[in-house]
Design a protein around this ligand. Structure first.
Ligand SMILES: [Zn+2]
Length: 95
């Protein structure tokens, strides 16, 4: 695993910004939970650095409720995510 180069200046802010799949707002990664798919397996990426395709949701009960109800991640990944992924997201923000 190689470490990425340090990006100086304002560029890093844009790199760190991601869009929530529920409210569509762009937020800093630290405010979001990341779900990642690698080799067809889904998981919650605690570090934000896991390899694979990722999608994000705000760490807020409102947005998590929306994604669990509408299953937004299923659409993003074009796949049926296991219920436990949605359960883990809820647990993460103590819902
Ligand atoms: Zn949101």
């Amino acid at each position: 695993m190689s470490k990425g180069k340090t990006v100086k200046g304002t560029a890093i802010k844009q790199i760190e910004m991601r869009r929530c799949v529920a409210c569509r707002q762009v937020r800093h990664k630290s405010e979001l939970l990341r779900v990642v798919r690698k080799n067809g397996e889904f998981s919650l990426d605690e570090t934000g650095k896991a390899e694979g395709r990722g999608a994000y949701v705000c760490r807020s009960p409102e947005c998590v409720a929306i994604v669990c109800k509408r299953r937004n991640f299923d659409k993003i990944f074009k796949a049926k995510l296991p219920d436990e992924i949605y359960d883990i997201i809820k647990e993460k923000i103590h819902m």
